[in-house]
Design a protein around this ligand. Structure first.
Ligand code: IPM
Ligand code: MG
Length: 368
């Protein structure tokens, strides 16, 4: 095995349950350092509310540049009620948005897979979710999250007006469409592209550009267009009709939370945010669980670390060329679930409840 030559791995635990779930993931990374002759230089920095408390800003330049230099970045979560009243540009979430935007991480991959052992934890009937395997491809650096103008303005009659702008250009749509089609080719060869072309011009453009990429470059992939509200409904009615779902930033945000819950718990869903490949085939990337900071359960050692641990496995697979090690993590998670160990969010009859750290330890014990 070739040493990873001190590749830098940056951990940004952040807020809420972030530090707890990242702690377990770090243990796994350290295990690989020790037992697999990998040699990651693991660094840990503040982000989000934790950074605001110490530095008064959600991410310092120093941390931002560190993430530019790192081979992979793993974020826990950003935000919480403590910082809810801050002015918009100072909120914890801005750190995450800045990283996504400035690292140009336009493609967010959110796999929603229903593990056989957890069919019972889903709120949907077993026959609806058994075998579910969807990949949501969410555009991450455009749309209403970043469009200008934006803001809150005073207007006449003592009223105020809130403004956000939803924009997409041809190239922004084309590059994310390519990501979705490429992925579909390695899966079940079908893309469902979501927009609201019945009410939004940007939705009409989205539909046309996605179709034209398919016609020109991906003739063999099946493409279906679906209105985003219909997709939300279809996800509950018959989720197994989907293979790859392609959506813009906002619709992708919502549809991925919905898809996650089909699998039993938001605590299981990892994500990868990827940029374009450069001449040397390298790309920037950031990995994070989809669940957010979950302030209601933070600090209690009950959060599910699996989404973050699977995010590490995605980092191994997509950024670090450690396919075998990624398989090892995935299989360790499966084995622990087979043994009936469950954190609170996925507990069901006949299984054993474990804490966040016990779950982490159990997964490590299966790596050996
Ligand atoms: C997500 C989250 C973020 C988003 C928040 C924390 C800014 O909901 O990653 O899905 O809206 O993108
Ligand atoms: Mg979200």
């Amino acid at each position: 095995m070739i040493k990873s030559q001190n590749r830098k791995f940056l951990l940004l635990p952040g807020d809420g349950v972030g530090p707890e779930v990242v702690r377990e993931t770090k243990k796994i990374l350290e295990w690989f350092n020790k037992n697999k002759s990998l040699d990651f230089k693991i660094e840990e920095e503040l982000i989000g509310g934790a950074s605001i408390d110490k530095n008064k800003i959600p991410i310092t330049d120093e941390v931002f540049y560190k993430s530019l230099e790192s081979e992979a970045v793993l974020v826990g979560a950003c935000g919480g009620p403590k910082w809810d009243n801050l002015e918009f540009s100072k909120k914890p979430e801005r750190a995450l948005l800045k990283l996504r935007k400035e690292l140009k991480l336009f493609a967010n991959l959110r796999p929603a897979i229903c593990f056989e052992q957890l069919v019972e934890s889903s709120t949907l009937k077993p026959e609806i979710v058994t075998g579910l395997d969807i990949m949501i491809v969410r555009e991450l650096t455009g749309g209403i999250y970043f469009g200008e103008p934006r803001g809150i303005e005073p207007i006449e009659n003592n009223e105020r007006k809130g403004i956000n702008t939803h924009t997409y250009t041809t190239s922004e749509i084309q590059r994310i469409a390519r990501t979705a089609f490429e992925l579909a080719k390695k899966r079940n060869n079908k893309v469902t592209s979501c927009e609201k072309s019945n009410v939004m011009e940007a939705g009409v453009l989205w539909r046309e550009e996605v179709q034209s990429i398919k016609d020109k470059e991906f003739k063999s992939v099946k493409l279906e267009h679906m209105l985003a509200d219909n997709c939300a409904m279809q996800l509950l009615r018959n989720p197994k009709q989907f293979d790859v779902i392609l959506a813009d930033n906002l619709f992708g945000d919502m549809l991925s939370d919905e898809a996650a819950m089909l699998t039993g718990s938001l605590g299981l869903l990892p994500s990868a945010s990827l940029g374009a490949r450069d001449k040397n085939g390298k790309m920037r990337s950031l990995y994070e669980p989809c669940h957010g900071s979950a302030p209601d359960i933070a600090g209690k050692n009950i959060a599910n670390p699996i989404a973050t641990i699977l995010s590490l496995s995605m980092a191994f697979r997509y950024s670090l060329d450690l396919e075998k090690e990624a398989d090892q993590i995935d299989s360790a998670v499966q084995q622990v679930l087979n043994d009936g160990l469950r954190t609170k969010d996925i507990i069901s009859k006949g299984t054993k409840e474990v804490s966040t750290s016990q779950m982490g330890d159990a997964i490590i014990s299966k790596l050996k």
